[in-house]
Design a protein around this ligand. Structure first.
Ligand SMILES: NC(=O)c1ccc[n+]([C@@H]2O[C@H](COP(=O)([O-])OP(=O)(O)OC[C@H]3O[C@@H](n4cnc5c(N)ncnc54)[C@H](OP(=O)(O)O)[C@@H]3O)[C@@H](O)[C@H]2O)c1
Length: 325
């Protein structure tokens, strides 16, 4: 049986993504096959499509993407269509959402995932378009704020990129943990960021937060627009500077910072999202977390969706809706 998928065979501009008819995947014994209802275009999808960075190409393929990475889409939501012989956790008909990771595969009518991977039941009342946006952003925010920075009630938290995918989740999650939240965004997104729970806004087009006198227990740069060196003066003693973008040196800095320095530099990768997805379900169910959707595109318009995300201006998330065969 065939299915539609957006495939790319070479690195480059959004136009390298082409809609094709390819063989529908069959679940292995420990896998579920999901009929994808919706997926997203993340900043990371764009990086993979461009073949950024040189380091990433070691995994993705040096000159062109390896065959197993040729369908992008890391956040998926849909309905379990069939399950492998050893699967016990999910049944056909279950509504699920999850993170496919580097293997991606979401830009297709079907994707197979191991039942033990970052996959969970969609909280009741949530549509697939909303569910797919509540995977990478919130789980990455939980990884940094809760697991690495040990956020607590009363902490003063500054979130850079508060209107992005991770940022919109981070504002809500920091607020849920009882923090005082300052969002750094442009004026046009101030109302959105306030509506998510930010107590204060710094408009980065008018003033750099590093030039202000305020100090924070946690600075979370979700979009890599600041540096530890410049932000350091805005951290309290024992304060944590969290950043989502970095390379090998960032891992070294993170390791060094665990032992030395009065203010901590934190970098890492949120990969295993299983436990965090359970927390996301709780947060959604008790009204502490909601989806922020900027635009929706059908799978056929995937190149246009990539172009928009590449503008760097998206608010929250861009959803790709996938229709059944
Ligand atoms: N380490 C990890 O585990 C991990 C996990 C997931 C993602 N990531 C990485 O995290 C990065 C961010 O992802 P994302 O999807 O959250 O970003 P995003 O949604 O693409 O960010 C877009 C937002 O950033 C805002 N922005 C742009 N320049 C800004 C500035 N100077 N100050 C404040 N806000 C600014 C834009 O608002 P305006 O239009 O107002 O400028 C826009 O709303 C990506 O590079 C991704 O690869 C890392």
């Amino acid at each position: 049986m065939l299915m539609s998928a957006a495939v790319y065979e070479r690195y480059g501009a959004p136009e390298v993504l082409e809609l094709r008819q390819i063989a529908k995947p069959q679940p292995r014994a420990d896998q579920v096959c999901i009929a994808v209802g919706a997926t997203t275009v993340t900043a990371a999808c764009g990086m993979m499509r461009r073949g950024d960075t040189a380091m990433a190409r070691v995994v993705l393929g040096l000159r062109r993407p390896r065959v197993r990475f040729r369908i992008l889409g890391m956040e998926v939501a849909g309905v379990v269509e069939s399950v492998g012989a050893e699967v016990t956790k999910f049944r056909p008909g279950d509504r699920v959402f999850g993170f496919t990771g580097f293997g991606a595969g979401g830009y297709a009518q079907y994707v197979c995932m191991r039942e033990s991977s970052s996959l969970a039941l969609i909280p009741s009342g949530l549509g697939v378009d909303e569910a797919c946006t509540l995977v990478d952003g919130p789980t990455t925010a939980l990884y940094f704020l809760r697991d690495r920075a040990r956020i607590g009630a009363g902490d003063r938290v500054l979130i850079v990129g508060a209107s992005g995918s991770i940022g919109t989740a981070a504002v809500q999650i920091a607020r849920h943990f009882g923090a005082h939240v300052t969002g750094v965004c442009s004026g046009k997104n101030a109302a959105l960021v306030r509506s998510l729970g930010a107590d204060q806004i710094v408009d980065y087009t008018e003033q750099a937060f590093e030039t202000r006198d305020d100090t924070y227990d946690i600075i979370f740069d979700t979009v890599g627009k600041s540096t530890f060196r410049r932000a350091r003066r805005c951290l309290t003693i024992g304060g944590r500077y969290l950043v989502t973008i970095g390379g090998p040196l960032s891992f070294l800095h993170d390791a060094w910072s665990r032992w030395f320095g009065s203010r901590k530099f934190v970098f890492g990768m949120s990969v295993d999202k299983r436990a965090a997805l359970e927390t996301v379900t709780e947060l959604v169910s008790n009204g502490a977390l909601r989806a922020v959707i900027d635009r929706r595109y059908p799978l056929e318009d995937i190149a246009a969706a990539h172009r928009y995300v590449e503008s760097g201006r998206k608010r929250g998330n861009v959803v790709i809706t996938v229709s059944a065969p």
